[in-house]
Design a protein around this ligand. Structure first.
Ligand code: ZN
Length: 120
């Protein structure tokens, strides 16, 4: 949705269109606003008019957790591992890990999903 909004802006913003005709890409990725485990919130701006666009790198679930973090927790638990194993793997991949607080929050808020994991 935000990608569509950004593209539509670039196609309709008069100053952005002027940049494009000069060979300059009108949308620039400015910064990472925040990160939550494996998910990030990124900020992009129109170089023509400075309108800002925030992007989540992963959709949020009804639980409020980012989908990628829930999947990471689920994959960790279903393989019989825990937070330490997940964070070791993520560190090798040069990726941020999940805090204990986030891991527990995801586990509690997605209890039904966690309980669907077969044991033994
Ligand atoms: Zn603009």
């Amino acid at each position: 949705m935000i990608l569509k909004e950004t593209c539509m802006h670039a196609a309709t913003c008069e100053t952005a269109k002027g940049l494009v005709s000069g060979g300059i890409a009108p949308i620039d990725l400015v910064s990472e606003v925040n990160s939550y485990g494996l998910a990030s919130i990124l900020l992009a701006k129109c170089l023509g008019c400075n309108q800002a666009f925030k992007f989540d790198t992963s959709p949020r679930l009804e639980s409020g957790n980012f989908d990628v973090n829930v999947r990471a927790l689920w994959g960790t638990l279903i393989t019989g591992n825990g937070l330490s194993h997940l964070n070791e793997l993520l560190a090798v991949l040069d990726s941020p890990g999940l805090s204990r607080k986030s891991f527990l929050d995801i586990e509690i808020k997605n209890k039904q999903l966690v309980e669907s994991i077969p044991t033994g």
